[in-house]
Design a protein around this ligand. Sequence first.
Ligand SMILES: [Cu+2]
Length: 185
Amino acid sequence: MATYGVVVVCLMVISSHVSLGSAKDYTVGDSAGWALSVDYTKWASDKTFKVGDSLVFNYDTSHTVDLVSSTDYTTCTIGNSIASYNSGTTTIALNTTGSHYFICGIMGHCSGGMKLTVDVTSDGSPSAAPTPSAIPADSPTTTPLGTALPPPTVAGTSNIPVDSSSAAISPLVAIVFCLVALILG
Ligand SMILES: [Cu+2]
């Protein structure tokens, strides 16, 4: 019972930290994938791409994913790509800010609509405080432990000295705590 509670709390603590700076994977075209007859301008229009996010292209291998210059994007020039992929599933990490341009390298497909540009913005402040709602402040079933292990509370009052220090430490603390809790069973 107690162990189960510890594990649950640990998972909540860790996931709340992991989700803080979590990068998003965007499946290009959603279920339609990377294909003809999809409006990628429209697909991208309601999304905000940040450094660290990824684009996932799922496509029939009759297509390619070509990273191209803005000029080649505009003119649908093929055969001049910066990088080209044709495995059928390509994940592109968006590591730099600015516009990134992708087209299909098959003749006629770019002009047929297989062109995507995404504008990548900086990640902002990665050390932003977690939103209070991310942490169940009143979870009543937390760890009725009689052991020496302190509860991994992250919000509000805590008797863990390290909790008040750098926020960067607390995920590590939580992970270590979880490992200890699991080992001790
Ligand atoms: Cu194509």
